[in-house]
Design a binder for this molecule. Structure first.
Ligand code: ZN
Length: 98
């Protein structure tokens, strides 16, 4: 934990509530995976880690994880975006900070 410098204003912490809710809502439909929320990357983007059980068909690539992502996004107000060039998908949350 850093020391607060009295003459400097604190930098507001990023709101990670959407990412935390998403990590809570995400469930692999095929195993009892453990989900954890990583520290934000240097761009401030949150990532979740999904530790699938050995033998999970999502882990070995037989089945996609997209339905599980869409289910978690639906439960938490996120939108799943698919990159057509890579096939990777992301869940985004839009907040209105006006
Ligand atoms: Zn799984």
């Amino acid at each position: 934990m850093g020391r607060h410098k009295p003459n400097r204003s604190r930098r507001p912490r990023p709101d990670r509530s959407a990412a935390m809710a998403y990590a809570d809502a995400y469930r692999c439909g095929h195993c009892h995976s453990e989900i954890s929320l990583r520290a934000p990357d240097p761009d401030g983007i949150d990532h979740i880690d999904v530790a699938h059980d050995a033998g999970c068909p999502v882990l070995n690539g037989t089945l996609p994880d997209l339905p599980d992502s869409m289910r978690a996004a639906h439960e938490t107000g996120g939108t799943v975006v698919i990159d057509s060039s890579t096939g990777m998908h992301f869940t985004i949350f839009v907040t209105d900070n006006r």
